[in-house]
Each structure stands twice: as structure tokens, then as C-alpha cells.
Ligand binder design. Sequence first.
Ligand code: C2E
Ligand code: CA
Ligand code: CA
Length: 738
Amino acid sequence: MLTQTNQAIVRHVDKQALFEDICNIAVELGGLCMALITVLEPHGENCSVAASCGADPALLDVIPEHTLHEFGGRKEAPRTLLSGGSVICNQAAAGASDERVKGVLRRCGIGSFGLFPLYRGDSIFGTLNLYSTTDDFFGKDMVAVLEEMAGDITFALNTFDKEMARKKAEERLQKTSATLTAVFQATPLPVIINDLEGRVLFWNAAAETVFGWSEKEALGKAPPFVPKEKQGEFHRNLASAKSGNSLRGVEIQRRRRDGRLLDMLLFTAPLHDVSGRIENTVALFMDITEQKRAREHILCLAHYDQLTGLGNRTLLRERFAQEASRAQRAKRHLALCLIDLDKFKSVNDALGHALGDMLLVQVARRLEECLRRADVISRLGGDEFLVLLTDLERPQDTVRIADKVLGALTRPFSLEGHTVRISASMGIGFFPEDGEDFDTLFRKTDTAMYAAKEKGRDKFMFFRGEMDQKIRARLDLENSLRNALEHKAFFLHYQPQVDILTGRIEGVEALLRFRHPERGLIPPDSFIPVAEDSGLIVPLGEWILEEACRQLRLWREAGLTDLTMAVNLSPVQIFQEDFAGRTEAILKARGIHPGLLNLELTESIFMEEDERVHHTLLTLKKMGVRIALDDFGTGYSSLSYLKRYAVDEIKIDRSFVRDVCSDPGDAAIVLATIQMARSLGLQTVAEGVETAEQLAFLRAHGCDRYQGYLCSRPLVADALAQLVEGGHDKLDPWIPGV
Ligand code: C2E
Ligand code: CA
Ligand code: CA
């Protein structure tokens, strides 16, 4: 019976089936008339039959009552009755405690019975009730066997419980681990689990995307993303994890499959097995490459000029502080040099910003080439560069350096096929002489730079106290020029151009005048460079052309026909978009024949190897506009361009005419110019003729026309008209420069 019971226990995984089997075994093999198993409710108030075999229905009715009576209300095992807590009654007719039960037992022919408690843990779970028709069935040996049987059932119940608990735990675990896996696969952060050897056990989806290796490629091996030089660090981290340490956001570098390095924050934690031993480590990575780049970029923005890669004002200011204290200790000087490009605006306007930027970059490279490594070069923005010359033994040493810098900047620049010539103006202030702090020194340097500009560009100047005055005047001039166009403060004077042979006035040159609200008339030599720098020359130039054409039209209507009109052009105007087209429109609007317009250009514009300038000049020529070369002899005086652009006339500069009768050198130049022009088929116009002797010389050598005080100063339009009609003696025009 015991063997069969144990086999049943092993066989069954289900409690109910086991109970039924056991009841059958007891009846069939144990020689009992009835066997049943009851289940006691937790607190012992209730009892029900779970399984039975050979049961008499009348008896079954009283079983709960019977069982409860024997074990009633007792949760704890009634160990007092028998050693195993069983209740044995070998004289059922006499021994059963309850009268009603006793009656039923008797009627069913029960001689003896035994009730064996079944335990779950320390509580009674139920009972195994066995009934025999004979008295004294439950002898000592029998009880021992049956108690063992009950013990086996108890054991089975506990095993069932354990199994159930284990299953539940397993389910729970499965659920948790499924949740965790889902979380790890869903997170955008790479999560990796390594064993203590460093081999990858888990590699999530984010690890695939961020590092580039698939899970399959990564599993079972050392992580592929550790750069060679970081292997040591990796193993140190692993060792630290082995001893139970966690990392909380340590900055590391890891390699992507494509070789790119990633900056990351690493978080690690040890993973323990059930016994609490560290088994693996989990690592979580945050890619901070972009943030780091952005941080560095911001740092860079704060200190570096994006275009040229030079430092900016902030960086220079910081370096100044360091260099100043070093210079003081070493008893050396520092020089702060502010460099401003002279014609940058016209390059920008003419060639566009992209080429303008390119020029700035090339300027930066040239500055680097001609300065020492110890010097600090920065760009302030626009076309301004600030240089700190360090470790100067004597302030005078800067002269050589400034010469070198300005020299380097006047060498032509090549911008995508365009050759561009610029120059620079430079102001220099000394530490500690001109200022002990950066701001003071910078202000002085700035003042000096403006003074250099005023001196006529391509120059450097040292700071002197009185410069401030000049600067204010210049700023004021710039402002008043800006308002002048609206306030009609500009007007034109006209100077006659006289045919040397006939003495007839053939044309005029329009000369710009500006009346300053406080300072009165200002000579064009002083304000035109300012207008060019500020960009004002473009609208102003257009106004001049329009005004001159309007006047020419008025004169014609008044009967002064055939007068030519010479108009001076600033190089900036020629760089303008569609200058030729605008000129044509102005001529058309006034009905003026293009052959009457004479555009005066200086030599520098012809040196420009620029496609647009070239095109504009040729278009003007084709329209029939005449081109005059102004101030001949003062510039490069290269003749190749005279042919190339088919210049119509050459204006011999006043400086040669002035001493033509006393200086053989000037006389030779004037002579050579006239002859050269003749051979090229060009006309010559002499400027600044003041004396009859000068005129005689020019006439003798075949000069075509002249301008000058000998005939007339530049005049207002009405006065000019009177002069042409023959009555100029009474006139009192404004004399420039007097
Ligand atoms: P420029 O084109 O060489 O003009 C001739 C200058 O010589 C004028 O000075 C004129 O008044 C002066 N002049 C004429 N005859 C004599 C003389 O017999 N003796 C002396 N000592 N001087 C004489 P201004 O009007 O002061 O103009 C100076 C310069 O300003 C001009 O030189 C020209 O380069 C520029 N300028 C004048 N008007 C304009 C203009 O409308 N547009 C542009 N872009 N530049 C202009
Ligand atoms: Ca002129
Ligand atoms: Ca001139």
C-alpha cells in the first residue's frame, strides 16, 4: 500500500487525482471498507470531503461532523492523541464521541476507524479517514504504516505547493524579464551586459544603431567598440565592476563601426545571481558627441572668428592681459595694431560677398605669414584686424613690422581669377605708454588708424593725443555727407575745357562741391574718399551724372550747343552692377548724344584685371561715350591698357603742368606724353594751366586742349554760360584750396 501510494505521488501532478487514487489504494490494498480524504477550512470551522472510496452515503453525510468533532476548531495538530496526531478508535460502537455519529457508524457496520491528519506546513490541511468493519483493525504496526502513508501525502502536498510557488515565481520572472527586455530594446540608449571576462551577453537595438554592429556580431565576444588606446581603461572599469562598484556618468570615448569616435557618458552596475554573487555587469551609454561639439563650438564662437579661424576680440583681450603682465616683468613693450583694409567695401560690392570673404581669409593668412608666432592676430569683424605684437625691445621695432605687414597686403590677391589690389591703414598704440588697460589702448589705436586713413591710406600711424580731434571731424563729415544728398548740399561747378589752337571753349568738366552746414564749402579731395568708404559714392555718383546731363540739356536749350561734359568717376562706380546701362538710361532721358559725355577715370581702374570692369568699359565705348584718363603720370603709367581699352584722351596732371616752364624733367614728361598720345591717336588735355607761358609751351608741342585758372576757375552753371557767351571778367567763383 505504501509503495503504491508513493508511486501515485510521483505519478500525479494534480492533487484531486492523487487523493482519489489514495482512497482507492487504501480500500483495495488495505482491506478497509471505506477511505476518504477531507479538507479542513483554514480555521477548522468547516470540513468537506475531497475524495472517497467505498463510501456509504449515510456515512458520508456525517463525515464533516465526525471529523470536526475529532479535530474540531484546532488548527494546530492534536499531537496529544497519538505520536503522529492521529485519532484511532478500535471500538467504534463505544469510542466515537458523538452520539449521532456513533449511531451512523453502527448502522453502517463500522467496527473501527482511524483519522490521520494531513499537514501543510505546520497546519492541518485535511484528514485521511479510514474505516474498517472489524473491531481493533488499527493495531500498532498498522497505525505506523498508515501514519507513514499520511506523512507521504503531506510530503506530496508540500511538494505540490512548492512546485506551484516555483511555477508562479518562474512566471513572474518571465514576465519581469520580458518587460526588461522590452524596455532595453525600446530605450534609445545603448544597453550592454558583459560577463566578468568582458564578453557581451546582451546588446540592445540602440547599441546596434549607435555603434553599428548587430547583436549577432557583438554577442559572445569582447565589445568591438573599445578603441585600442582605451583597452586599459575598459579593463579597469570591468575590474571595478567586478568588485561591486558602479559608474555614474563617466566620460569615455568609443568607436563606431565606421571608425568615428563617439563621446559618451558611461553608467555601469554589477548584476548579482540568486546567491548574491556578482555575475555580470550592465553598461548604459549616453552619446554626448553632439552636445560636446556644440559646447566646443560655443566656446569657439566666443573666442574665434568663424571665417578666418583667427581669434576674435575676446581672445585677444584675454591674451593681452597675460602678455601685459609678462611684458611688465620682462620690461618689454607691447604694440596693439589695428589694421583696416582700405578698399574692402568696393571689392565686396563689386565681386560679391563670397569673394569678399575669400579676400579676408587670404588677408588673414598673409598676416600670419609676416608676423611671429608669439604675436596675437585677431579679426574684429568686417575688414578690421587687430594684432598684438609681443616682446618688443623698443617701440621703434614696430616700424619694420608695420612696413612688412602693409607691404604684404598691397601685393595683389587672386580671387577665383580676379586680381584684386588693396591696401591697408594701420593704427599703432603702445603698452604701457599709450594705455595700461586694453580698452584705453584700443581706443588710442583706433584713433591712430583713422588718422592713417586720413593721411591717405596704405599708411601706419602711431597714436598721438591730438588725433582724437581729427577723428571727430571725420565722423562728423561722414554723417553730414550721409544727409547731404537729401538736403541738396551737393552741387556742381563747371570748369571750361579750351581748345588750345582756337581758344574756343569746347566743353566743361563737372566738379563736385559740398557745402557743410557749419564748415561751409569742403574741397572734394577731403570728402570724396569718405564718400567712397561709406558707399555713399554710388548714389552720389549717379546724382552727379544726372545733374551734369540735366545741365548740359539746359545749356543746349539756351543755345550753347556742342559743349562736351566731362564727369569724374570713382572706381567704385565702375564696379557697380550695370553701370553702362544706367549711364545709357540717363543720357537717353535727357536726349544727350553719348559722344558729348566724357568719363574721367584714373589709371588704377585700368589696372583692374576684372571681367566686369572690362565689360563695362567696352560697353561704354560701344555706346560712343568717350573715356578720358585722368591725372596721367601720377599712377602706374603703364601704357598697355591705353590700347586695350581704346582710351580717347589723356589728361596731363596739374603737377607736371605747374613747373613745365622751369623744370626740364616735367617738361620732358609732358612732351613725351603728348607724343605718345599722338602716336596712339589720342587727344591730350592739360590740367591746371595758370600762365600764358605754360599755355605757350603746350601749344608749341601740340597739346589739344587745356583747363586752368588762366581761362577760368570752376564756375556755377550760370556763370559758365556767361563765360561761354564771352563775358567772364566780372566773375568771382569759389576757388578750391584757397
Ligand atoms: P581732378 O579731376 O584732377 O580735377 C581737377 C582739379 O583741379 C579740380 O579741383 C579743379 O578745381 C582744379 N583746378 C583746375 N584748374 C586749376 C588751376 O589752374 N590751378 C589749380 N591749382 N587747380 C586747378 P577740385 O574741384 O578740388 O577737385 C579735386 C578732385 O576731386 C578732382 O580732381 C577729382 O579727382 C575729384 N572730384 C571732383 N569732382 C568729382 C566728382 O564729381 N566725382 C568724382 N568721383 N571725383 C570728383
Ligand atoms: Ca578730373
Ligand atoms: Ca585731374
